[in-house]
Design a protein around this ligand. Structure first.
Ligand SMILES: [Ca+2]
Ligand SMILES: [Ca+2]
Ligand SMILES: [Ca+2]
Length: 380
């Protein structure tokens, strides 16, 4: 079971806004650099380094979307309110798009995390969480694009895999496995064929041009026809495992709908069990009422949007649920930090989280609530 830690450690907010800058996440020899988005639809730069030799296996990686009726795919780019940066503990970075392309439809929060699994291996995860800001359902397609150049060379890479997994290697033996759980289609192709289709001015869907492939690897995954109800949040994740089996990868996913889009539940850590020492899981709330009584409901099971006295429950409220209480700070923020035990017995367990806080101005006259946050313990 997760143990709640006093708020001593609950300061792990992201650093100052570095929206227009690249940042590098670091743990041991494992490093991932996310290039800054521009106003164009070009993908962000990616550097992926896993050992003391400093060899870069990445070139570009980014997210594209297309709302039903759009005439092209669009990147998450530097249009509209953007914020983010590198967390002080260096293993997490944010790119937050407060109103994607100023359309009043979607917010996109990109969360980038890494952890080293040894002196020459590690895992990089790229997750985008979309929130429907509008008053009507939004249906969209989402794309994750990646260009890898294994061992810093681009013409000699070999890819095997499926529509959910691309395993890319070359003669050096370095291997990067890209996983896209739940994706409906994928393509592999030589640079810049897929990139051109995502950045041009026409509608393109991936055609399941699957591995095997040899040459200058690029690849993309597509999640099709996902509908978000008003205020609903949904996460999509791509995992990069560099020279590791990564058989128990930690998972984070947003689900359900909060009572307001002004406030958000989030984490800037991965729920990772590490037998060499304790790790922490910070569950944060931003944008809530200042100085308000607040509680965090946590349990092993979710709830399907259960009506409860004007609130909606996304977490099972019955035992063994926990509900620690606190007060939001003057900025409307609070955090609870859980200690993840070093014993291996809880690997694979899901934990679901939801915040509730007092707000007499809310429509139910009582309070507001966040969407749900699912975390699943992985193992180093
Ligand atoms: Ca290569
Ligand atoms: Ca296109
Ligand atoms: Ca390539």
């Amino acid at each position: 079971m997760l143990h709640n830690l006093p708020l001593i450690l609950a300061v792990a907010g992201c650093g100052t806004a570095l929206t227009a800058q690249a940042f590098t996440m670091t743990e041991g020899n494992f490093r991932a650099t996310n290039g800054a988005p521009t106003v164009t639809h070009a993908p962000c730069g990616l550097a992926l380094r896993s050992d003391a030799l400093n060899t870069n296996h990445g070139f570009e990686h980014w997210w594209y979307y297309r709302v039903a009726g759009d005439t092209r795919e669009l990147s998450l780019r530097a249009v509209g309110p953007t914020s983010g940066g590198l967390a002080p503990f260096q293993t997490h970075g944010d790119r937050d798009f407060g109103d994607v392309d100023l359309r009043g439809l979607l917010r996109a929060n990109v969360d980038l995390d890494i952890y080293a699994t040894g002196p020459a291996s590690g895992v990089f995860t790229s997750r985008v969480t979309l929130t429907n800001l509008s008053a009507a359902p939004v249906t969209l397609d989402l794309f994750a694009y990646t260009d890898l150049d294994i061992a810093g060379t681009s013409g000699n890479d070999v890819c095997t895999g499926t529509s959910n997994t691309h395993v890319v290697t070359d003669w050096t033996g370095v291997q990067v496995e890209i996983r896209a759980a739940g994706a409906d289609a994928s393509d592999v192709g030589a640079y810049p064929s897929i990139r051109n289709r995502l950045t041009n001015t026409s509608v393109d869907n991936l055609a399941n041009v699957l591995p095997p492939f040899s040459g200058d690897y690029t690849g993309a995954f597509q999640w099709s026809n996902r509908t978000l109800q008003p205020r609903e949040e949904l996460s999509f994740t791509v995992v990069f495992a560099v020279d590791t089996a990564a058989s128990r990868v930690p998972e984070v996913a947003h689900y359900g709908a909060g009572s307001t889009t002004a406030a958000q539940i989030s984490t800037d850590t991965l729920p990772l069990q590490d037998n060499s020492g304790l790790r922490f899981l910070g569950v944060h709330l931003d944008g809530a009422q200042p100085n308000a009584p607040v509680g965090l409901l946590t349990n092993l099971a979710s709830a399907p949007g259960l009506p409860f006295g004007g609130l909606t429950l996304w977490v099972d409220p019955t035992a063994p649920a926990t509900f620690p209480i606190g007060i939001t700070n003057p900025s409307g923020r609070t955090s609870y930090v859980f200690v993840i035990p070093s014993g291996p017995y809880f690997t694979g367990l899901p934990f679901y989280h939801q915040y509730f806080w007092v707000n007499p101005a809310s429509s139910n006259g009582v309070g507001d609530y966040s969407a749900g946050l699912q975390t699943r313990l992985g193992r180093l």
